[in-house]
Design a protein around this ligand. Structure first.
Ligand code: ANZ
Length: 821
């Protein structure tokens, strides 16, 4: 056979698959219970440019499992679409004086063509784009639904502001170093009225469900979410303030250190500071607040930063001992965490100690940990120890008892109570940008916020382009006067549309539901279809969405469940995060000039070789260094596999039962291993096992049982089916040469004959004078005489017998040979 022409094979099969549509999921089969479902999902891309190596990797990995499920007889839903709103399209439109839709839909077509060539088993009948009015109509509808439930609301507060993109950002979009995750600019704060989703209403549930997800979510995602939600147990403690009815409530995780509180600190930029400040200190506070506004939260919380602050000139009363504590304002206490006020215990909290030393405030040790008095060492201690200077805790030596004792006392006195606190904040969803779903609210001077009536959805974006879209700090939609000025749906009087658009993460928080019926004009999704198909059995994607997208989608799921629209609690039963494709040991990037163009790789080696290389490279979660890969080697392997199909000479319906047993064993063992390996995501090992089977089959053809043996056909058919999960073109070509109708994607999975899995060899132990001298791999059917001969021939045994006389040999085939000298 001649070498296989990659280009011709791709050109041949694409139209066949197009005609057969083997990947369209059958709703009826699943809704009626006729077939068991599998919902396989991979993250849909942003339409920026063409697909890159990262997409190639994730799609190749994802396709192994979805093709596997289909071969195993499940009804598989594997949809694809585009997350097509967002800044890149808008920025391109400003640069090119065009409309964001031009860039967006152009790139979508490019990517769609690449995905088809790449032969991922997507159900294209369910394709969606989040920027289509038929999609965002329902994003808007869901926003209103959540608002009805009290889960979407507007408030005025200091928000993260990106001066470069001229828009607000969610906390999740500000990186740990205080920069914008998109453009890298230093994020600042602005006081603005914005829309929020009440994610905090689900903080506890979002946190608790992670325990179960821990079992099936592969990667660092579960921990990242735990940290982001940041659950901590502590207490609220109330400190009375002279001349004020309301006490100052603090949140503390260490109520047991209450006797060590020597001052209090409130967030400088919270209303409380301005409310309680003594008149003579007001000016100093205001000057300080100006300075604070410029710093990021990260800076503010950093332990190694010099402490700054202002004495507010008032005191508060410690509820356990009546002590008067001076109240300060500082930026190291955050306005939007806990209650925005703390009791400072400098002996046992380093930030408080640094502050105390800066401003010469007292330090009182209350837990003796044996590490010395923090007042002298300058190092706060936070471990367990014996309580000192704490009348209520005399004799107590552990934190848990200390905390419980103080909380009980506070609760009895009515001055505090135990509580749970979360770091998670509500999700700020308004964006002052154009290319997003308009927020479907009309502001009426008379009726306030009025939802756009359902029958007027979608609120379609007004036509703006080029320079109209330039960021200016307020939404570009504000410039579309005719669009903005509308009649109030309630009274008909003059009113204005909300001009902000939604964060694009709103679009992607529910897309997996829209895939169930993307063209349904009557509802966002069908609850029956969701009950039948959901939740998603495996979600494959990157770690970069660990806290953003996955958390938001989980929140939406819980909110929609509580709205009676979903029956399940979590959207993604299992999650697999793939590693990155790097090059030359480094991240691929334009500035390093080490990018690898996917299209060029596909042209050079063909789709199958690139896919196989990516799957074979490493376990899915590891990074792949493309510079160290050999797509040419993959191509040679595929040629070898394909040539097998050409060599088979038996008929398709031949009975393998009397075929060569050794080859049959290898085939059935490989299939069984592949089942276990795919299900545990060890896709690279599957490829290795198929390679072994290809080699064994080649040997059988050339120097064993020969090409006409039915075991050869059985082996090659198994190779074709197994390979179809990774190299669909090659597998299809093999399948055809073996005399089958397309498509191999719908072939039956080989049935494993258990009797062929019995061990092919056992280990026999050879002892000389009672000591083990050798272990031999022998057939379980070996006879005593053969086993004895094999033992005597073993070099280690011969050495042990040198100069000795063998007196007796006891043989227990196939396990033991005992030689007595
Ligand atoms: C007294 C105390 C004594 C504290 C001690 C700690 C150690 P997590 O675990 O992160 O929830 N805190 C409370 N609200 C704050 C705010 N808005 N800004 C900055 N710090 C704040 O941390 C809770 C602890 O962080 C609280 O417990 C409080 O300090 C501080 F030996 O109270 B602690």
């Amino acid at each position: 056979a001649s070498a296989f022409d990659v280009e011709a094979v791709e050109a041949k099969w694409l139209p066949v698959w197009e005609r057969l549509q083997p990947f369209e999921a059958d709703d009826a089969a699943v809704e009626s219970g006729a077939r068991e479902k599998r919902y396989a999902l991979t993250m849909f891309p942003y339409p920026s440019g063409d697909l890159h190596m990262g997409h190639a990797e994730v799609f190749a990995l994802h396709d192994v499992i979805s093709r596997y499920w289909r071969l195993r007889g499940y009804e598989v839903l594997n949809p694809m679409g585009w997350d097509s709103f967002g800044l890149p399209a808008e920025n391109a439109a400003i640069r090119n004086d065009s409309h964001p839709a031009t860039y967006t839909y152009g790139n979508i077509e490019t990517q769609a063509a690449s995905m088809r060539r790449y032969a991922v088993s997507f159900d294209w009948s369910r394709r969606l784009h989040t920027s289509d009015p038929e999609y965002y109509r329902w994003t808007q509808w869901l926003f209103l639904k959540l608002r009805e439930q009290g889960l979407a609301y507007r408030k005025n507060s200091p928000v993260n502001w990106c001066p470069q993109d001229q828009t607000v950002l969610a906390n999740e979009q500000v990186l740990a170093d205080g920069t914008c995750e998109r453009c890298g600019a230093e994020v600042t704060k602005r006081e603005l009225t914005q829309w929020y989703f009440r994610t905090t209403a689900y903080a506890q549930e979002l946190y608790d469900c992670l325990d179960d997800l821990q079992q099936t979510w592969i990667g660092k995602v579960v921990n990242a979410q735990r940290n982001w939600i940041g659950r901590s147990e502590g207490a609220h403690v109330r400190f009375a303030v002279e001349g004020r009815e309301e006490p100052i409530t603090v949140y503390t995780t260490r109520p047991d250190t209450l006797y060590g509180a020597t001052f209090m600190v409130v967030a400088a930029d919270a209303p409380l500071a301005a409310e309680i400040v003594a008149p003579e200190r007001r000016e100093a506070l205001e000057a300080y607040v100006q300075q604070v506004r410029k710093a990021s939260d990260i800076d503010r919380l950093a332990t190694d930063r010099a402490k700054t602050g202002v004495d507010l000139g008032v005191t508060a009363t410690n509820p356990v001992n009546g002590e008067q504590l001076p109240v300060w304002a500082s930026d190291y206490v955050l306005a939007d965490y806990g209650t925005g006020a703390i009791m400072a215990v400098p002996a046992h909290d380093q930030r408080d100690l640094d502050f105390a030393r800066e401003f010469d405030l007292p330090v009182r040790q209350v837990v003796d940990t044996g590490e010395g008095d923090p007042a002298e060492t300058g190092v706060a201690t936070s471990g367990d120890g014996t309580y000192v200077n704490s009348p209520l805790l005399e004799g107590v030596a552990d934190k848990a008892t200390g905390i419980r004792t103080v909380v009980e006392r506070l609760e009895a006195d009515g001055t505090g109570e135990g509580t749970v606190n979360f770091r998670l904040r509500d999700w700020l969803l308004s964006r002052q940008r154009y290319w997003g779903a308009p927020i479907p609210i009309i502001h009426c001077p008379e009726h306030g916020e009025v939802p756009v009536p359902e029958d007027q959805l979608p609120v379609v974006l007004p036509e703006l382009r080029g320079a109209d879209l330039k960021p200016k700090g307020t939404s570009p939609l504000g410039a579309a006067t005719e669009w903005v000025e509308v009649a109030c749906p309630t009274c008909g009087g003059p009113a204005r549309r909300d001009t902000d658009t939604m964060d694009t993460f709103v679009d992607s928080s529910w897309y997996f539901l829209r895939y169930l019926s993307p063209h349904d004009q009557t509802q966002a999704f069908s609850s029956e279809a969701a009950a039948a198909w959901g939740p998603i059995d495996l979600y494959v994607g990157g770690d970069e969405h660990a806290v953003l997208h996955l958390l938001y989608a989980r929140f939406f799921t819980k909110a929609l469940r509580d709205a009676g629209l979903l029956t399940w609690d979590e959207p993604f039963s299992a999650y697999l995060s793939q590693g990155k494709v790097i090059n030359d040991g480094r991240k691929m990037s334009k500035s390093l000039g080490n990018g690898v163009d996917l299209g060029e790789q596909l042209d050079a080696y063909g789709v199958d070789a690139v896919r196989l290389t990516l799957v074979f490279a490493s376990p899915p979660e590891d990074d792949i260094d493309w510079a160290r890969m050999s797509p040419a080697g993959s191509q040679r392997f595929l040629q070898r596999a394909w040539r097998l199909a050409d060599d088979v000479t038996s008929e398709p319906d031949v009975d393998p039962a009397d075929g060569d047993v050794a080859l049959r064993r290898a085939t059935h063992r490989t299939v069984r291993d592949a089942e276990e390996l795919v299900e545990s995501y060890r896709f690279n090992v599957v490829v290795a096992r198929v390679m072994e089977l290809v080699n064994a089959t080649r040997k059988a053809i050339d120097s064993g049982c020969g090409p006409a043996d039915p075991a050869v056909r059985e082996a090659v058919e198994a190779v074709a089916v197994l390979l179809s999960m990774v190299a669909p073109y090659t597998a299809e070509e093999m399948w055809e040469r073996l005399g089958h109708q397309p498509t191999v994607a719908r072939a039956p999975w080989p049935v494993v004959e258990e009797s062929l899995l019995v061990q092919e060899s056992v280990t026999a132990v050879v002892q000389v004078k009672g000591k083990v001298k050798a272990r031999l791999e022998v057939s379980p059917e070996i006879g005593d005489a053969d086993l004895e001969a094999a033992a005597m021939a073993d070099p280690a045994v011969q050495r042990a017998l040198e100069g000795q006389t063998v007196r007796k040999v006891v043989v227990r085939a196939p396990k033991l040979v005992n030689i007595v000298v």
